[in-house]
Design a protein around this ligand. Structure first.
Ligand code: SF4
Length: 367
C-alpha cells in the first residue's frame, strides 16, 4: 500500500475489503465501510473531517490511521470545439492526460491507464514518451472525478473510454479495480458498465477478462495485413499477430451479447486504399461488430499524414458496402492535441520528458 507525505495510508489506495479491515480494530460495524466508500466515491471528499455522518470520535480515530490524498488536476486547455484536456499531477512528479469531448448532450471522457506506454505504435504521440509507470486505480478514478466536477448543471458523463495514454490491458488489475469503483451501484460512482469501453492494441490473453467485467471491448486494428501491422504496431504484433487477434475477436464475439468495436486509424498511403477496405471487410466476416474510422491526427515529429477527405469517404463507403456499420470519428480537440493518438505532450512537458520524436538526431514519426 502506498503512503503519502503524511506517512498514513491513503484511503483511495485501498479497495473495499482493505477499508473494511481498517475498521475492524476500531470496532466498526460493516455499514460504516459503505459510509466511508460513499464519501470517497459519491461525494468526492478530500478530508476525513468532511465525513459528517460519522461521529466526531469515529472521524478522529480514522484520521489517526489513514488520510485522503487525491490527484491534483487542472483544466489545462480548451479547444475551440469545446473539447477539454485535463492534466493530472501525480505524487511522484509525473503527469497524466484526460480528455472530455462534448457532443450535443453527450459527454465522453477519455481516460489514461498508464504514464506513457510500453508498446511502440508508430502513429502514437504517447509512444514517444516511452513507458514511465502504471496508474493506480485511484489515479484512474480521479481522472473521471475531476472531469465530472467540471460539468455544468444538468450535464453528466454519458460514456467513458479507456483510450487515453497507455495500453489498459497491460495494467489490467488496476483498470478492473477502477471499473469496480466507477460502476458500483451501492457506494461507487454508479456508472453503467455498458457505457464503458476498454480499447486495446490487441493484448489477446486479456480479452476474456474484459468480458467478465461487463464493459465493452474495442480493438485498435489499423491494418489488414501482418506486414502493415508490423510496420504500425511492431511491439504488439510481435506478441500477437493479426491472425491471432482475429481468432480471439471471433471467439469473443461468439460469447458476447455486445458488438465488438474495431478502431482503424486511417493513414495516407499506408492503410487507406480501396484494397485495404476490401481486405478489412473480408477479415471481419462473421464477426458482429462496428468499425470506427479515425483519420490520422498529424502532430509535429510524425512523418505520417492524414488522408484526403475523398479517400476517407471512399474507404468508408467500401466498408459500408461490405455490410458493416462504419462510423467516421470527427477529430475533436485537435488544436489542443486532445484527439485520438495525440495524448502525451502536456504530460511529458509537466514531467520534463523529451518525446522521442523531438530528441536530438531523431527523424521520427505513432490508441
Ligand atoms: S496506440 Fe495505444 S497501445 Fe499503441 S503506443 Fe499508443 S497508447 Fe500505447
Amino acid at each position: 500500500m502506498k503512503h503519502n507525505q503524511s506517512s498514513l495510508p491513503n484511503l483511495l489506495d485501498m479497495n473495499a475489503s482493505e477499508i473494511e479491515a481498517l475498521g475492524t480494530p476500531l470496532g466498526w460495524p460493516r455499514y460504516r465501510t459503505t459510509q466511508v466508500l460513499k464519501w470517497l466515491y459519491q461525494k468526492g471528499v478530500s478530508h476525513i473531517s468532511e465525513m459528517t455522518n460519522l461521529s466526531k470520535d469515529d472521524r478522529d480515530r480514522l484520521q489517526g490511521v489513514a488520510t485522503i490524498s487525491r490527484m491534483a488536476c487542472s483544466v489545462s486547455e480548451m479547444a475551440g470545439d469545446g473539447t477539454g484536456k485535463f492534466l493530472g499531477k501525480l505524487d511522484d512528479g509525473l503527469a497524466v492526460e484526460t480528455v472530455m469531448i462534448p457532443e450535443g448532450h453527450r459527454r465522453t471522457v477519455c481516460v489514461s491507464s498508464q504514464v506513457g506506454c510500453t508498446l511502440d505504435c508508430g502513429f502514437c504521440l504517447t509512444a514517444q514518451i516511452g513507458f514511465r509507470r502504471n496508474l493506480s486505480p485511484h489515479e484512474i478514478v480521479d481522472q473521471v472525478w475531476h472531469a465530472r466536477k467540471s460539468l455544468g448543471q444538468g450535464e453528466a458523463i454519458t460514456s467513458l473510454v479507456f483510450m487515453g495514454m497507455g495500453e489498459p490491458l497491460l495494467n489490467f488489475e488496476a483498470v478492473a479495480e477502477a471499473i469496480q469503483r466507477l460502476t458500483n451501484a451501492e457506494w461507487g460512482m454508479v456508472m453503467s458498465p455498458r457505457r464503458i469501453t476498454v480499447s486495446t492494441a490487441g493484448w489477446v490473453p486479456r480479452f476474456q477478462d474484459i468480458q467478465r467485467l461487463g464493459v465493452n471491448l474495442a480493438i485498435s486494428l489499423n491494418a489488414t495485413t501482418n506486414h502493415q501491422r508490423q510496420l504500425l504496431m511492431p511491439a504488439v504484433n510481435k506478441r500477437f499477430d493479426l491472425m491471432q487477434i482475429m481468432e480471439a475477436s471471433r471467439a469473443y464475439a461468439k460469447r458476447s451479447d455486445r458488438r465488438l468495436t474495431f478502431e482503424y486509424v486511417l493513414i495516407a498511403r499506408v492503410n487507406d486504399s480501396v484494397e485495404d477496405a476490401k481486405r478489412l471487410v473480408k477479415l471481419l466476416r462473421g464477426i458482429r461488430c462496428k468499425i470506427n474510422l479515425i483519420p490520422f491526427n498529424e502532430f509535429s515529429g510524425s512523418s505520417y499524414q492524414r488522408p484526403s477527405q475523398e479517400v476517407i469517404e471512399v474507404f468508408q463507403q467500401t466498408v459500408r458496402n461490405g455490410g458493416y456499420d462504419v462510423y467516421l470519428r470527427r477529430s475533436r480537440g485537435v488544436d489542443v492535441l486532445g484527439a485520438c493518438g495525440q495524448l502525451g505532450r502536456m504530460a511529458s512537458e509537466a514531467a520534463h520528458i523529451v518525446p522521442k520524436g523531438l530528441r536530438k538526431g531523431s527523424a521520427n514519426a505513432r490508441s
